[in-house]
Design a protein around this ligand. Structure first.
Ligand code: AOF
Ligand code: ZN
Length: 373
């Protein structure tokens, strides 16, 4: 399939438009749609929060001229099912769109190619695959959940230049500067879940909330969504007044089956208690992630200590690590980033690939993906 320079330009615009919706659409993917008539943009729009209009329907509402014979550039295959909203294929057909250019097919089995078929059956020219990788990156968690039944898992951590995340006493405020900490707020804002462990809850009593405004998050006009908080707490030691339980979002606590102590107190605190697998006295990490995906969670941000992050890494459940590195040395008595003490030879080292780096204030931000065999 060959695409023109104009096609590239309009699909780029559609992807940029979709990016503005990353924080607001979950569990739906953030999609962008640009409608072009006679080489002029008639409308550009993105998906609205779940339950409200999809990108195509919103774009057709916004058009400033007749779009008969026009082209729609859509970052995801238009849906053809009656979900919370009517099918976008029908809206495009009814509007008289002649050509649809799609970046990525929708991995949702309800759609998955059937959207393209419906458009073609109505005589519309459909082309797909333009800027597919960029479009997929916007919805990496949605794609992973649909394709594997697991959410995308990102570990976020801050460390000194000598690889330490807290002093031996546990003191960790603050390793990185205010700009890097503000950047973490953006990571939280796009996540569906912040996952942590009971040790972090007991040590820091964190709230794990988004404290940036809609305009600071470039989502003017839309409510700032608070991600769910999920605590892995085998023996239910979470205090009922822990800040993380909060009232502004759900808090799920995964615990072992036989625990009774503290159960009722925590239930009345507003937290949702979830029992780990039957017959198990510990929490199986993969089944936690599976059950989050069953609850339509696309992206999990892990903000936890070395025990939990290392266990996730050892089980090859991590998709990305986002690391903030502060220009300070905390000394060898301080706590290391990960607890991977079973690694004894170079051959056993966990291999990563750097995908991005930049300076944020005085700190560095590095993104890496583990290379599992
Ligand atoms: C589109 N355009 O902008 C998005 C789509 O429950 P519903 O009706 O909101 O449908 C949700 C599904 O629609 C979602 O799982 C995904 O397959 C697709 N998302 N489709 O045509 C959009 N966000
Ligand atoms: Zn749709």
């Amino acid at each position: 399939m060959s695409f023109s320079t104009a096609d590239q330009k309009y699909m780029s615009l559609a992807i940029d438009t979709a990016r503005h919706a990353i924080n607001i659409t979950t569990p739906n993917p953030a999609v962008g749609c640009v409608i072009v008539v006679n080489d002029e943009v008639a409308a550009a729009a993105h998906t609205l929060p779940a339950g409200d209009l999809h990108a195509e329907a919103q774009a057709l509402l916004k058009v400033d001229r007749d779009v008969l014979g026009g082209t729609a550039y859509v970052t995801l295959e238009p849906c053809c099912h009656h979900g919370k909203t009517p099918p976008c294929t029908e809206a495009l057909i009814a509007a008289g769109i002649k050509r649809v250019v799609i970046a990525q097919l929708d991995p949702n089995p309800l759609v998955a190619g059937k959207g393209v078929d419906a458009l073609r059956a109505a005589g519309i020219d459909v082309e797909q695959g333009l800027l597919a990788d960029q479009a997929m990156e916007v919805n990496a968690g949605f794609f992973k959940r649909m394709q594997t039944g697991l959410p995308k898992v990102t570990i976020k951590a801050a460390m000194s230049m000598d690889g330490r995340t807290a002093m031996a006493s546990g003191e960790s405020k603050w390793i990185t500067g205010p700009d890097a900490r503000q950047d973490v707020q953006k990571l939280r804002a796009r996540s569906c879940v912040i996952l942590t462990g009971i040790d972090t809850v007991l040590a820091d009593d964190p709230s794990m909330t988004v404290r940036m405004s809609a305009s600071e998050l470039s989502q003017e006009g839309f409510v700032v969504r608070q991600p769910w908080r999920v605590i892995l707490d085998t023996h239910l030691r979470t205090p009922a007044n822990a800040k993380i339980i909060g009232e502004d979002s759900r808090c799920l606590i995964f615990h072992a089956q036989q625990v009774q102590e503290n159960l009722e107190v925590l239930q009345s605190s507003g937290a949702d208690l979830v029992t780990a697998l039957k017959g198990k006295d510990s929490i199986d990490l993969k089944s936690v992630l599976t059950s989050l995906a069953e609850r339509e969670i696309n992206e999990v941000l892990v903000e936890a200590g070395a025990t939990l992050t290392s266990a996730l890494l050892k089980q090859e459940l991590v998709d990305e690590i986002i690391l903030y590195i502060a220009p300070k040395l905390m000394g060898s008595q301080a706590r290391p980033l990960f607890d991977l003490s079973s690694i004894a030879s170079m051959q056993e080292a966990v291999e990563l690939e750097f995908t991005d780096f930049k300076q944020i204030g005085d700190d560095l931000k590095i993104r890496a993906i583990p290379k599992y065999s």
